[in-house]
Design a protein around this ligand. Structure first.
Ligand code: HEC
Ligand code: HEC
Ligand code: HEC
Ligand code: HEC
Ligand code: HEC
Length: 216
């Protein structure tokens, strides 16, 4: 049988196939990188806000409890955002001339709420509920990181489905005593797994991984 391709064109064919496969891989890797990059998950990106509100000052410095501002976090699906009234409880008296607080005073005078930009925002097809997590001993810092050290609030973790499932599959690795849920300094003890299994029984924590838990 005569050779259809000579040696030379054979090499070109091989090279171009190789090149094709390589660029396919490259596209796949780039696409994967884009899907999982902080840019698309929003992780770690500080948000521009109408007022440069600092949790580091108010929580870390002044020791104000999360529930003072996020009042519905223990009782409902959403944590809730503080109304301007809450800011004015203090800022009617202190820092009253600060230019940084001008939008707060304007909001107070015009009765228009401050429009905070959302930092943590799941897609609409995902259901989430704060109160059950709080009730079952999952700390704020486990999901939001060291908020008490944030000058500008950012999303601490990826909030991908895999991230949620990692805990739903192994709650004993993360659960803490209920009394510690709001403690930003809490560190898991050396015997976390042992303690975790105990708390899982005590709080009747179930492994909730079926799709309808979060997609309903
Ligand atoms: C003095 C009021 C105040 C206190 C106390 C406070 N926060 Fe906030 N929090 C705010 C305001 C105002 C915003 C909106 C501006 C921003 O994102 O920084 C916010 C935003 C957030 C966000 C981002 C919300 C979003 O858009 O997704 C998280 C998470 C958060 N707070 C967690 C906490 C935790 C955890 C604590 C306690 C350790 C806490 N906060 C204490 C006022 C407060
Ligand atoms: C199991 C993880 C988890 C825990 C624990 C948790 N959060 Fe959240 N938080 C989230 C997620 C996810 C969102 C985004 C919800 C959405 O987009 O619907 C969010 C959103 C928020 C928001 C924005 C407003 C809202 O309700 O959507 C605030 C404020 C907040 N959390 C504060 C807190 C505080 C304070 C605590 C501790 C008492 C806490 N969170 C505990 C995961 C968690
Ligand atoms: C319990 C009292 C209290 C409440 C409530 C409070 N703050 Fe403050 N805020 C302070 C104190 C005290 C300071 C001084 C700065 C510091 O703590 O280092 C401050 C400082 C600030 C500053 C910096 C001002 C400057 O010129 O440097 C901003 C901005 C601010 N607060 C915004 C807010 C907003 C927005 C709210 C409502 C969501 C709020 N604060 C609620 C006590 C409070
Ligand atoms: C660090 C641990 C942890 C993380 C992270 C976590 N969860 Fe959970 N979640 C729990 C625990 C514990 C329960 C309580 C299970 C039970 O009912 O006993 C729960 C319960 C739930 C429920 C309530 C189920 C019901 O019966 O109503 C929903 C919805 C939910 N989680 C959604 C999410 C979503 C969405 C995410 C990610 C954005 C997430 N969770 C991240 C630990 C976690
Ligand atoms: C513990 C909560 C949780 C459970 C259980 C869960 N999901 Fe998800 N799912 C999420 C979250 C959060 C997202 C959004 C992820 C993001 O924005 O990156 C998501 C996104 C998705 C998407 C969109 C594509 C993607 O990956 O972003 C599909 C499809 C999906 N889930 C299917 C399922 C199926 C099928 C099951 C059951 C086998 C399931 N999910 C169980 C939390 C959950």
């Amino acid at each position: 049988m005569p050779q259809v391709f000579n040696r030379h064109s054979n090499t070109i064919a091989r090279l171009s196939i190789l090149g094709g496969v390589a660029s396919l891989f490259l596209v796949a890797i780039l696409a994967y990188g884009m899907v999982r990059s902080p840019y698309s998950t929003g992780q770690g990106i500080p948000y521009q806000q109408p007022v440069p509100f600092s949790h580091a000052h108010h929580v870390g410095g002044d020791g104000i409890d999360c529930r003072y501002c996020h009042t519905s976090v223990t009782t409902s699906a959403t944590a809730g955002m503080p109304p301007t009234q809450t800011c004015m409880n203090c800022h009617r008296e202190i820092w009253t001339n600060s230019p940084l607080l001008e939008p707060v005073r304007a909001s107070w005078q015009t009765d228009q709420p401050i429009e905070w930009n959302r930092v943590d925002d799941l897609p609409g097809f995902v259901y989430f509920n704060h109160s059950i997590h709080i009730h079952k001993g999952i700390g704020c810092s486990t999901c939001h990181g060291r908020v008490d050290r944030m000058q500008i609030t950012y999303q601490a973790y990826s909030f991908t489905m895999q991230w949620c499932l990692n805990c739903h599959n192994h709650p004993e690795r993360y659960v803490r005593p209920r009394s510690q849920v709001f403690n930003m300094d809490y560190k898991a003890p050396d015997n976390q797994i042992e303690l975790g299994h105990k708390l899982v029984r005590l709080y009747h924590i179930e492994r909730k991984v079926s799709c309808s838990v979060c997609h309903r």
